[in-house]
Design a protein around this ligand. Structure first.
Ligand code: PCA
Length: 328
């Protein structure tokens, strides 16, 4: 279940139902694989987007969202869309950092730690990312940030030294590197497999948003969440370029407009639900608090190292994004 009801969803659902009430079948159906749970706010945003497209095209194009990596696993979605096995999909942008460092622009620790700064950083990065994805047979449609990232653990954390030897679930290169620099042991696990990994002791700690902690009911295994506000990583929605060019221009315009709406709605939800997720973690028995001074300064040091490493790896393209962000 979605955490809070959304008026827009109901309205758009009614509009889509009306458009199709004559019993008209959709002219075309697109399957849309996404990696996160059905109730997750990104998945709900994707469904709002799909309803908007159904309405806007007068039932010409149906988009069916497949949650939780059920159609393609999270780490298969980009390739599936590139190769046309699926026409459209959603993925965590920074999960491609191992292909090209530029994808990690949103997971540079402490570069952008608020919604406002995350929006500025996206504005600075979007032209480059659009071009990189275009070269990979993908049309970038829209992107929504996750809430700020904090540290989950099953004990009190007073400094980075408390993470020594702890099994740490990573979701991209940056989270794996952060684990290493804390002396923890990284293990890459998709959000869809996270609850099980925590229950079986494959991982005892990780960094993520309140959203993922809530979706995965991590209070069943863990006790603490430290608000670190390390970064706000983004999901992005992308279309296979051949599928894209096969659309009428008017349909492309509907997808762009619905994408812009979804980006705004999703971003508003991300921000609006952030406090709600924290309250839910607390209501389910977790201790939720800001990182203490020592932990904070340890993480800031690690952040400096990672920032330098990323700037080095991402070269001129990376520097141009950071310069545009800081100047903007
Ligand atoms: N949730 C995703 C990525 C970032 C986030 O907040 C996850 O933990 O997999």
């Amino acid at each position: 279940m979605q955490a809070m009801p959304k008026i827009t969803t109901a309205l758009m659902g009614a509009a889509a139902a009306l458009a199709l009430s004559a019993g008209a079948a959709y002219a075309e159906t697109w399957d849309m694989p996404v990696a996160y749970a059905d109730g997750n706010f990104h998945t709900q945003t994707a469904k709002d987007f799909a309803q908007c497209v159904a309405t806007g095209t007068g039932g010409e194009l149906e988009i069916v969202v497949h949650a939780s990596g059920s159609l393609f696993k999270g780490n298969e979605i980009k390739r599936a869309v590139q190769t046309g096995q699926a026409p459209i999909g959603e993925r965590l942008l920074s999960s491609h950092e191992n292909e090209d460092p530029i994808f990690g622009f949103d997971s540079v620790p402490f570069l952008a730690t608020s919604y406002e700064d995350a929006a500025k950083l996206w504005k600075a990065a979007k032209p480059t990312l659009t071009e990189v994805l275009d070269g990979q047979n993908l049309h970038l449609l829209y992107s929504v940030p996750w809430p700020p990232q904090g540290l989950y653990a099953k004990k009190e954390l007073n400094s980075a030294a408390d993470m020594q030897g702890v099994k740490f679930r990573s979701y991209n290169s940056a989270t794996a590197r952060m684990a290493e620099l804390m002396g923890a042991v990284p293990v890459q696990i998709e959000a869809a497999e996270l609850s099980q990994a925590l229950a079986t002791g494959v991982a005892d700690s990780f960094i993520s948003s309140g959203s993922t902690g809530y979706d995965r009911k991590v209070w069943e295994s863990l006790t603490h969440w430290y608000e670190v506000n390390a970064w706000l990583p983004r999901n992005y929605i992308f279309v296979n370029k051949d599928a894209w060019s096969g659309l009428e221009e008017s349909t492309q315009n509907v997808l762009e407009a619905c994408g812009a709406m979804a980006e705004r709605l999703g971003t508003t939800d991300s921000q609006r639900l952030n406090d709600w997720y924290k309250a839910e973690l607390q209501a389910n028995g977790m201790t939720v608090q800001p990182a203490g001074d020592q932990l904070k300064s340890d993480l800031e040091k690690i952040g400096e190292t990672m920032t330098n490493e990323w700037l080095e790896a991402a070269g001129d393209q990376g520097k141009a994004i950071v310069d545009a962000y800081k100047g903007g």
